[in-house]
Design a protein around this ligand. Structure first.
Ligand SMILES: Cc1ncc(COP(=O)(O)O)c(C=O)c1O
Length: 289
């Protein structure tokens, strides 16, 4: 969110926040009408939390943004590895994501509604192109990176079936979701049976990605992850994952944040079970503070 805050400051605009519900780990939409009002120019929201996996109730936010004529910019970086996004369905004017999250190269992607894109005046050299999409690329483009996005999309497409590319991509994502959710549920069930483990996840009625954030009582997340890597050859990350606002609300900023396990289509049931067993062992041997 912080680049939006800088943009607001530079344009003398006020930034307002939707609150986070620390019980459900989701956005509290009770104040939606007051927060997004007739004065609102732009609504910036994430589609899924990269820290705890919560999937945003984007339809409600999108509907409100449309009612007041605000632009809706959606951060889909954590969503794109896990589920298909229909831009028209979510009513987004801008979608931002990164190809490396869906097994592609380190190339940032912005999808901008045509009329809006045409009206944008990005900072650029005078002779640089003024047409879309080139006006956002003032210099030589990352051709090899851009070329490598296509096979990453085809990887997802090849996991699906259907007569059009779009159908195959949506169906490929469905296969990814089914597989990852099955593994995630195994891990969540396994971890919730360990009394020292606290899972940070939404209740069952709120959708989430297969991203499992947890803490172990009395253990610093970094120490835990080091042990898991050194003793069990399992690499999972720890920290705040840049979600410092949520970590702050949960009082975790000075406690090392979360331990976080994420899943990809190539993970297996054996790996999910191995993770749970390894966590059990590390918990039982951990030196508590
Ligand atoms: C939700 C979210 N937004 C933005 C980013 C930053 O994307 P990038 O790594 O392409 O700068 C990340 C990266 O993990 C993310 O998860």
């Amino acid at each position: 969110m912080d680049p939006w805050l800088t943009a607001a400051r530079d344009n003398n605009l006020n930034a307002r926040w939707l609150k986070v519900d620390t019980e459900t780990l989701s956005l509290d939409l009770t104040d939606l009408e007051e927060t997004i009002n007739e004065k609102t120019k732009l609504v910036a929201v994430t589609l899924a939390s990269n820290a705890v996996g919560t999937i945003t109730d984007i339809q409600k936010i999108s509907k409100r943004a449309k009612e007041v004529g605000a632009i809706l910019a959606v951060d889909a970086v954590h969503a794109v590895p896990h589920f298909a996004i229909d831009r028209n369905l979510i009513g987004a004017d801008i979608i931002l994501c990164s190809a490396y999250k869906f097994f592609g190269p380190h190339v940032g992607i912005s999808i901008i509604r045509k009329g809006l894109f045409e009206s944008l005046e990005p900072y650029k050299l005078v002779p640089a192109p003024t047409n879309t999409p080139d006006k956002l690329e003032t210099g030589t483009q990352n051709h090899e990176g851009i070329a490598a996005i296509k096979p990453a999309i085809e990887f997802i497409e090849n996991l699906g079936t259907g007569s059009t590319r779009s159908e195959r991509i949506v169906s490929g994502y469905k296969a990814i979701e089914d597989h990852e959710n099955e593994l995630a549920n195994r891990i969540r069930n396994g971890l919730s049976a360990i009394s020292e483990v606290t899972l940070y996840q939404t209740p069952p009625n709120i959708l989430k990605t297969p991203t499992i954030a947890f803490r172990v009582e009395g253990v610093i997340p970094t120490d835990f992850c080091l042990n898991l890597a050194e003793e069990h050859a399992i690499f999972i990350a720890d920290g705040d994952f840049y979600a410092t606002t949520l970590a702050d609300k949960l009082g975790l900023n000075d406690k090392g944040g979360w331990i976080r396990a994420g899943l990809a289509p190539y993970n297996t049931v054996e790996e999910a079970e191995k993770l749970v067993e390894a966590v059990k062992q590390v918990v039982s041997q951990a030196v508590k503070f």
